[in-house]
Design a binder for this molecule. Sequence first.
Ligand code: URA
Length: 428
Amino acid sequence: MRPTDFILAKRSGEEHSKDAIEAFLSGYLAGEFPDYQVSAWLMAVCWRGMSATETANLTAVMAASGDVLDLSSLPHTVDKHSTGGVGDKTSLVLAPLLAACGATVAKMSGRGLGHTGGTIDKLESIPGFQATLDEAAFLRQAREVGVVVSGQSKDLAPADGLLYALRDATATVASLPLIASSIMSKKLAGGARSMVLDVKVGSGAFMKTERDARALAELMQAIGENEGRSVAAVLTDMATPLGHAVGNALEVREAVATLRGDGPGDLTELCLTLAEQVLHASRLDCDRAAVEQALTSGRAYEKFEAWIAAQGGDPASLDSLEVAPEQEGVFAMRAGVLTGVEALAAGRAAGALGGGRSKKGDRVDLGVGVVVHHKPGDQVAAGDRLATLYHRNDRGLDEARRLLEGALTIGDRAQTAPLILSVLPPRS
Ligand code: URA
């Protein structure tokens, strides 16, 4: 394989064969081809695109580039992926909810890069929680508790890790086939038979329009089906943060409230919808009413406690999680209707306080963040507290306040979008 021929083929708009993709990526992983050649190819993909078959082949090659988890001994293995939103703590609620419905959630999750942490950062705000498990412990807990979530192994789809770092440095992230193959390679290597994809739409999301989000969702469904997985997708609005809390421990607190039946309506609704879809994909006999029952009866919360305890966390600490001791309010300047809570700016505000990472390895302050007390459409009076900033020693406070004040808009009438824009049930 001559890498220049491969790059030229894509630059000319040709379709690669699976063998050619395999040869190119294995040459790169073996250190035979330099970063600049792979970067040139990534840029050609951005401009020329890839066919659905090519994208499925690229995904399969990336998924097979490292370890592939064998979950075949476990019943009804399910997984979920969110394309990333502000205040998105659904995994914390969904995982035990699915286990309470008879599914097995054996999931690898990331430490976030961005305004707030990922699922693992959030879980690590629970004292004692251990995110590093060897494979035997991971599988044992999946079998015994029905839910286990560990940090993403670097041995899972390593080709994606390398390509993603190059994409990040060469402005080649924003390509439908590259995003779809990146996400799905990790999901396929993660081993679950059925999955649900929460594809976010809006200012706080990768996909700014519903049309682009649908195209991404359908492409990922096709990739999964090509590998014998059953994949549902839900397109959801991310113009506004999900729930009220943005920030690691604050989000765990909100997830706990949701599992106790006292969570925000949007978060609860999204978790129920995602659960219903993925249970349907895995052919478990558990309809919407049964999912609601698993939540309201407290069974999902019991699973949550069992899961946290199995990974070394102290369930007794859930009522007193450490959050930043200093708080400051943001107040309404006038009376009216809250017309928007801009998700991206609210996320940046939490990031400014120290709640996220701008580069790998940055230390995250798990206690800081933002709680927005109102939703778009709420009537507010002048002077009402709209949001609270949880900060430590004023770090980032001025910037966070400026961002949040800009994020909260008041007018005379609100146009609110539904949270669930579309449901794409599994096609196989
Ligand atoms: N998330 C991923 O894992 N990969 C992408 O390319 C984009 C979002």
